[in-house]
Ligand binder design. Sequence first.
Ligand code: DQQ
Length: 536
Amino acid sequence: NAMFSWQRTAYHFQPEKNWMNDPNGPLYYKGWYHLFYQYNPFSAIWGNITWGHAVSRDLIHWLYLPLAMVPDQWFDIYGVWTGSATFLPDGKIVMLYTGKTNGSVQVQNLAYPANLSDPLLLHWDKYPGNPVMVPPPGIQDDDFRDPTTAWVGPDGKWRVTIGSRFNTTLGLSLVYQTKNFIDYELLDGVLHAVPGTGMWECVDFYPVAINGSLGLDTSAMGPGIKHVLKASLDDTKVDHYAIGTYDPIKDKWTPDNPKMDVGIGLRVDYGRYYASKTFFDPHTQRRILWGWINETDTENADLRKGWASLQTIPRTVLFDNKTGTHLLQWPVKEVESLRLNSTVFKDVLVEAGSIVPLDIGTATQLDIVAEFEIEQLESSTTDEASDCGNGAVERNTFGPFGILVIADDSLSELTPVFFRPVNTSDGSLNTYFCTDEKRSSKANDVFKQVYGGEVPVLEDEKYNMRVLVDHSIVESFAQGGRTVISSRVYPTEAIYGAARLFLFNNATGVNVKATLKIWDLNSAFIRPFPFGETTI
Ligand code: DQQ
């Protein structure tokens, strides 16, 4: 299908055709990374939800496999919905997933690989006694879904948490205990609840090390460890997280800062992003985060182009012990294997109110690392927009400044990725990291937003960003990954060889010095598994 073919990405995971949503059950097994995903085999819009399946040696080059699970039982006939994998100490794998039953009830089901000696885990058996959990009293039939990876407590019993809500608006996560993954006991109370946040989908719950750069197994707990609780808020379609402490005796989690609780504080990604899920990669000792990037064009456009949605580049997740308040997300290092030639620009002066082209040729597949320093020219006021404002056109004393990606030569289309430092009443600066889609496409049937959030910039730090550009997606990481924005753009002019890259500084009161290293990125091989061929 050649329709809108320039919007297909070159190194992001997407199915060959049709609709995809949440990442499911990511895991590493016998040398292969496995990704399952919510998939409609029949159309480019949501429905008929099955589990698509793909494998990779390096998280970047992917091979599509046959569907892993389809809706063919009474307990999942209206959809094989989101779930997570757990490794047992004896090497077995259990997959818990939500099924929508023939009576439209959301239940939790158990599945396991039919053949553990198959590294591809091609065949999955559904436990014949499914469902293993049904909505408990007080929980609505359609408010009970997306079981997490299980973890084992000090008493040797496994726990799994499942998002829900009570009385429409109290978002919460239930905890079940099990010894055998067949019989489950609902614990009194909840892992955590936050008023006003509504239904929690795709809860994720995992430990992070306070110090060091290694990820932790989901069952890790004790000194030197904090726990992250993430919920995808159904009401706003936004992924929120908070960092806190898990009490494995009471099975309760408490946020470090109640003002930054789940759903009212930090976001995993400030752009178009939802239903994220992490897994522990024992092979490289990393915790790796997947996230679903939905479209912002219309369903009609998706039907015409024949596909919808992407997954982000997998990201490592670590606790940021410099701020003590944020996670750090960073593209897995394997993406650097796609780097081709690079260009360095050192100390480029970008004067207040100017644009500087960066002569790198075609700019559709890039890995950009940029650092900015500011030199103040005029004094500032404190009554300036203290967020991303109306985007890149709204001028403050200190910003916005940054880069213009997926732009054409005449700047008829462009997507600014930028910092906006804002003066506060105590004389310090608060910095916002933003992406402005307002002029990203001449198409008028596209939802164009200004995205962004605050990013801590510490005293000894320059402003820095890493930006991955891939035709119709821009993934941007500020200050080492404290604040992240994924954005879908639909250029009509800035495509193929016409796409360019610029620096810009729309501040009124500062000059900016920019230093960048920019790599062209190769395309990744993402194709059907070559069954029958002798080499891959
Ligand atoms: N997507 C799945 C649900 C989940 C939602 C259905 C989140 O299990 O709650 O496709 O995007």
